[in-house]
Write a protein that binds this ligand. Structure first.
Ligand code: CUA
Length: 379
């Protein structure tokens, strides 16, 4: 007779226990031996390494929603946590019941036919109807409450409204009552609710600052609204969260949460218009080129610079304070002379599909230096 490897008597003998020992014990010892085989070591090491890597992507990352820094993100995190505990517990109970049933009712040697079948149990059916109802109520009440609180900030009087517009592949931010427009870096005062009116100029994007609030779609021809608030000063990463074309992954932004005084100073500086270069400087030469001083170089047609007579374009990001931003190309590169040059020479090398044409052929090295010097002086 061929031994059945799942036969409990055979297993007990194989692992060196008497046949009379309970099956689970023999099976347990079998698994311990299985794990101890030297060939398992590479597999187990890989699993452990994977676990270590996964635990590394937890809360310390700049784009982790597991590290909420504002009331909206906190609400969403708490809700997620609550649901996860229930989902985890339900998963465990089901796994345990499945294992129990498989072991308890498995076919045994010598058994013939199908075991006795039962049907209908009022007690059981009431139990497994009532428990889910109870769980749904426990999760449902805070869910509805959070949905309500997320619709609008409780502290309406203190709230500030801004407009965020998605473009392929960057963000425009407007402060309508302050008449200020900027791009890719959203300044907000700390501890104050900010209502964000969300639009798109081309395709569907999604506005997301993981540490401050969950996602909201940016839809052409429609204004969506959400709010967020930063409880700690600092820089928060934002990311487009809806696939929107070749450079979707490179459509990022930063939220700068600063004190109210710093925010007011920043707004006042923006309202004064862009810094004007002194006549005869390299910056002034760069400004002249950017404003159409050289054939084929048409920055002014797509970009606006507050206070400039010529640069009033609305196709690309507003550049009035581009020199003060920490990143360029919508959160993709640190703002340095070298990166700015690379971007102007060949934007596609940084952001495939970008609408800005390459200017490497139109600009001499000296002219490029002048344009970069001017842009970097806009602070
Ligand atoms: Cu915009 Cu993805």
């Amino acid at each position: 007779m061929v031994a059945n490897p799942w036969d409990f008597k055979y297993i007990c003998v194989r692992v060196g226990l008497p046949k009379s020992r309970p099956y689970v014990k023999c099976r347990g010892r079998y698994w311990v031996r299985w794990l101890q085989r030297p060939t398992r070591i590479p597999g187990l090491t890989t699993l452990l390494a994977l676990g270590a890597v996964l635990s590394g992507c937890s809360t310390t990352q700049p784009q982790s929603y597991l590290d909420p820094k504002g009331p909206v993100a906190q609400m969403q995190y708490d809700l997620l946590n609550l649901s996860m505990w229930f989902a985890g517990a339900i998963g465990l109970v089901i796994a345990a019941l499945t294992i129990y049933v498989v072991l308890r009712f498995r076919a045994r040697p010598g058994q013939k036919g199908v075991p006795e079948q039962i049907h209908g149990s009022t007690k059981l059916e009431i139990t497994w109807t009532l428990i889910p109802i109870l769980i749904l109520i426990i999760i449902g009440v805070p869910t509805v409450r959070a949905a309500w609180l997320q619709a609008a900030p409780a502290d309406q009087a203190n709230a500030m409204t801004i407009k965020a517009t998605g473009y392929q592949w960057w963000f425009s931010f407007e402060y309508p009552d302050k008449k200020v427009t900027t791009a890719n870096e959203l300044w907000i005062p700390v501890g104050r609710p900010v209502i964000v009116q969300i639009e798109s100029k081309d395709v569907i994007h999604s506005f997301w600052v993981p540490k401050l609030a969950g996602k909201m779609d940016m839809i052409p021809g429609r204004t969506n609204e959400m709010w967020l608030q930063a409880d700690e000063a600092g820089e928060y990463y934002g990311q487009c969260a809806e696939f929107c074309g070749a450079s979707h992954a490179r459509m990022r932004f930063r939220v700068k949460a600063v004190t109210q005084a710093e925010f007011d100073a920043w707004i006042a500086a923006r309202q004064k218009g862009a810094v004007q270069p002194a006549a005869g400087t390299r910056e002034a030469a760069g400004k002249a080129i950017l404003e159409g001083g050289k054939n084929g170089v048409t920055c002014f047609a797509c970009h606006a610079i507050d206070g400039s007579e010529k640069a009033k374009g609305l196709v690309g990001p507003n550049l009035s304070n581009v020199g003060a931003r920490t990143t360029i190309a919508a959160g993709v590169m640190d703002n340095t002379d070298e990166h700015m040059k690379q971007w102007i020479q060949n934007p596609q090398s940084v952001k495939p599909g970008a609408k800005m044409p390459p200017f490497e052929k139109q600009l001499t090295a000296e002219e490029l230096d002048a344009v970069v010097a001017y842009l970097r002086s806009l602070k």
